[in-house]
Design a protein around this ligand. Structure first.
Ligand code: OGA
Ligand code: NI
Length: 341
């Protein structure tokens, strides 16, 4: 006889709970009152800047968005629709595999090149997030010898194609952002060194008690820039001037946001922003985040050309990998990077 299912065990993920018809929210997922999301305190109609990457004003628009918002919608981004669609199908198939199949890839080690996990690092957290994810950590040249799941069969090809497109887009964004800062177009890329990309495929199953749970705790992204695809369900919220706003879904757009390391490199001119994901009672939601990051060994420090007497360096130099490690190992909620006093 199969062992009795233990609904309090968080490690197999939330999709597994839902597959076992868990009808009330297990206590591990109940957020303390002050951390819950209050629908009455969320604002609609946020005017998130929308940047058309092919327009003549793309550079100024990106400059404004990164300085004022840290987040923007990106249209005409050049990633072919079928590349995204194939990746979405791939991701969907993966999360619908049996728990046993997915658990073959389970790991809590954030530096693992491929890992399936739930919440962030469940063994270290007091309250778990209502989502599962599959995460790949690509060094720039390891697309071929990187590990991929065996199922679905086209996973490897489809993912490689998606990542290549995201790398091209990431590089293009860095160029535009460099020029927007008044720097040589290769400047940000140079500070990145051999860039890396973490692709995090997020799956948020329907949640029996969405008001007491969260899909992702409030956080800022610890990398360079994030390029997010989200489906039409909605759930991403950003914080601006202490208020929460829903990010609208636009099927033609990708969402781009500044991560902590670009905030540091630009000495705070571009800002990383706190965001979170809420969950839904009836619908599952998927998102795919591509974190376009500096080389793990790169020293992250403000660019000299952006500093002068009036604008001294606001952040200490640290290795890129330490920022990424922090968010997992110390489980920092809220903003992960602070200016020096
Ligand atoms: C993330 C993230 C948002 C979303 O993966 O860091 O913020 O909507 N995702 O899934
Ligand atoms: Ni994020």
């Amino acid at each position: 006889m199969a062992p009795a299912y233990d609904p309090t065990s968080p490690f197999k993920g939330v999709k597994d709970l839902v597959d076992h018809n868990v009808l009330s929210l297990p206590s591990a997922y109940i957020k303390p009152f002050e951390k819950r999301h209050n629908p009455e305190e969320v604002f609609e109609g946020i005017d998130l800047p929308c940047v058309d990457l092919q327009s003549k004003t793309a550079m100024e628009d990106i400059k404004f968005a990164c300085e004022e918002w840290g987040f923007f919608e990106l249209i005409n981004h050049g990633v072919p629709e079928d590349v995204i669609e194939d990746m979405v199908k791939n991701t969907h198939t993966f999360f619908n595999l049996s728990t046993t199949e997915k658990m073959k890839y389970f790991s809590e080690d954030v530096f693992n090149p491929m890992r399936f996990c739930t919440s962030l690092t469940p063994s270290k957290e007091s309250y778990l997030d209502w989502h599962d994810h599959l995460q790949h950590w690509f060094k720039c040249d390891n697309l071929n010898n990187h590990p991929y799941p065996n199922i679905p069969i086209h996973y490897r090809e489809v993912t490689k194609n998606y990542v290549k497109n995201m790398q091209i887009l990431g590089k293009r964004l860095l160029m535009v952002m460099s020029k927007a800062l008044g720097l040589h177009e290769n400047k940000l890329q140079e500070t990145y060194g051999n860039e890396e990309m973490i692709v995090r495929l997020n799956y948020y199953p329907p949640c029996p008690d969405p008001e007491r749970a969260l899909g992702l705790n409030p956080h800022s992204d610890s990398g360079g820039i994030t390029i997010l695809w989200q489906d039409q369900v909605g759930g991403l919220q950003i914080q601006k001037e202490r208020k929460w706003y829903n990010v609208r879904c636009n099927s033609n757009a990708l969402i781009v946001n500044v991560g902590d390391q670009v905030e540091i490199i630009t000495n705070g001119i571009f800002k990383s922003v706190i965001h979170r994901a809420i969950v839904n009672r009836n619908l599952y939601r998927m998102s795919m985040a591509s974190f376009f990051n500096p080389c793990a060994q790169a020293t992250i420090t403000p660019i000299q050309e952006l500093l002068d007497k009036q604008n001294p360096a606001q952040y200490k130099a640290r290795l890129s990998k330490d920022y990424i490690g922090d968010i997992y190992n110390k489980y920092i909620e809220g903003k992960n990077v602070k200016r020096e006093d």
